[in-house]
Design a protein around this ligand. Structure first.
Ligand code: AMP
Ligand code: ZN
Length: 463
């Protein structure tokens, strides 16, 4: 077993502990993926960014990793309606559920790319892993951890797993019957905290598969056990997800995986805190969703979202605002310009020492927020030679991934800015200097500095 210098907060043991590589080859990471019935909102993306930050940090420190992220395209029941999220959307749009799934899966990958998240090693789909799940369910039944209910659904017997509750603190003896922690509350379960591994089809006709227990479809929790055990060869060094997944999703996954394997399958459970917007957790049901496309539509670089996330620790809540995104956008533009002005990197003993010390800061529970503060300090520190500053910024842009060396600093203007620029060009062509000056002031208020030269007007975005 290899111990890496990165330590993270493990939800189950409630301690900060070093990330380890159990097979001595690569850190094996599993991250709960999207349910592809709608666009991922930027809250989801904050959680999806966590694996990218961890992997980039490990790579920076010289370690390899592999990442599996599942695509849930079947079996995720909504808590309020007790309906499959995919099928509800399919009925609403009168479209084949698989067509919807592929559409949003595609958009999920595009969104990840826009905020600099590198692709995972593999993205297995639930609908293509039915056999894997059935094998695992069969094993759990054979071992006495699961049973076929009178309704032909298969349930996990929660009481067969004595250490249930270690991640969330929700112990079985404290869970009250009637508490809605699982979508099925019918009478086929033997114990109120049991949950469905396989759901009998009943009247359902779409997304149904044959099984040894009759036609049906898999539960959501078994998907992550089956995929992590299979694709990461029986051991997960880091398991990631949003904090809301601690219970029941991860608690149930742990019970299923450990019961099947006979040992603790996941070494570390890491949870990212929520993104809020206007003071409330961002979610479709709260109606406060922001998409990456909304950020681009305001003329902001989607990487401004990435920097906003980096300026907070993954374990702290963030209340996102447009002002914060605008400020982050300006910072990125300024850093790109600075890097051009500073010229080529000049590695020296001084830059190596600063990089070493900042990387030690970062390794302590992925302290991206502290690192961002330090980078801002170094940016202003005239006692450090420009080439040395450039070297430091380029080093950490391997993790921050803000494309600070983007060859041509592109500027995306808002429709309002473009419109005013066009109006001013026309005013000047018409020799309407009063109007042209007025428009210049309006543009300045929008952070566009207009200059007039022999070839016409040009502009610069100021920060
Ligand atoms: P879903 O597609 O709903 O299954 O969610 C995908 C991931 O996004 C899960 O890991 C959730 O924990 C996470 N998530 C959902 N809402 C938020 C939020 N507001 N902030 C951060 N993560 C979230
Ligand atoms: Zn999961």
């Amino acid at each position: 077993m290899i111990t890496t210098p990165l330590s993270l907060f493990d939800t189950r043991t409630r301690t900060l502990s070093a990330v380890t590589i159990s097979d001595e080859k690569a850190v094996r990471i599993y991250s709960c993926g999207p349910t592809v019935y709608r666009d991922a909102h930027v809250g989801n993306l904050r959680t999806f960014l966590l694996s990218d930050l961890i992997i980039r940090t490990l790579t920076f420190a010289g370690f390899k990793s592999s990442l599996i992220q599942n695509i849930t395209d079947v079996g995720h029941m909504s808590e309020d309606l007790h309906e499959d999220k995919m099928l509800t959307e399919s009925a609403k749009r009168n479209l084949d559920p698989f067509a919807i799934a592929r559409e949003y899966e595609d958009r999920f990958h595009k969104d990840l790319g826009l905020i600099g998240i590198r692709p995972a090693t593999a993205y297995p789909r639930a609908s293509e892993s039915i056999e894997l799940m059935q094998e695992l369910i069969g094993k759990l039944i054979a071992q006495g951890n699961a049973y076929v209910g009178e309704d032909f659904s298969v349930y996990f017997a929660a009481q067969s797993f004595p250490s249930y509750g270690e991640i969330s603190g929700n112990r079985l003896d404290a869970l009250q019957p009637g508490h809605r922690y699982e979508y099925t509350d019918d009478g086929a379960k033997r114990f109120h905290a049991d949950w469905a591994l396989w759901k009998a089809a009943g009247n359902r006709t779409q997304m149904v598969w044959d099984s040894p227990w009759g036609p049906g479809f898999p539960g959501w929790h078994i998907e992550c056990s089956a995929m992590s055990l299979h694709f990461l060869a029986g051991h997960v060094d880091l398991h990631l997800g949003g904090i809301d997944l601690r219970f029941p999703h991860h608690e149930n996954e742990r019970a299923q995986s450990n019961a099947a394997a006979g040992y603790e399958v996941v070494a570390h459970w890491i949870h990212g805190e929520h993104l809020l917007f206007e003071g409330r957790k961002m979610s479709k049901s709260a109606g406060n969703v922001v998409l990456v496309s909304d950020i681009a539509a305001r003329g902001l670089d989607p990487l401004a979202l990435r920097l906003t996330f980096l300026e907070n620790r993954y374990r702290s809540q963030i209340d996102l605002t447009w002002d914060a995104l605008t400020a982050a956008d300006a910072t990125i533009t300024r850093w790109r310009k600075k890097l051009k002005d500073w010229g080529p990197s000049t590695p020296t003993d001084e830059s190596a020492a600063i990089i070493r010390s900042l990387s030690a800061t970062l390794m302590n529970d992925l302290a991206t927020a502290e690192l961002a503060i330090e980078l801002r300090r170094i940016e202003r520190d005239e006692s450090i030679a420009p080439g040395v500053r450039a070297e430091i910024f380029r080093a950490f842009d391997q993790i921050f991934a803000l494309e600070l060396d983007r060859a041509d600093v592109e500027v995306t203007l808002t429709p309002e800015q473009s419109n005013l620029l066009a109006q001013r060009a026309t005013a000047r062509a018409n020799k309407d200097y009063g109007r042209s000056d007025e428009l210049r002031d309006q543009l300045l208020a929008l952070k566009i500095a207009v200059k007039d030269g022999p070839t016409g007007q040009s502009y610069e975005v100021i920060s």
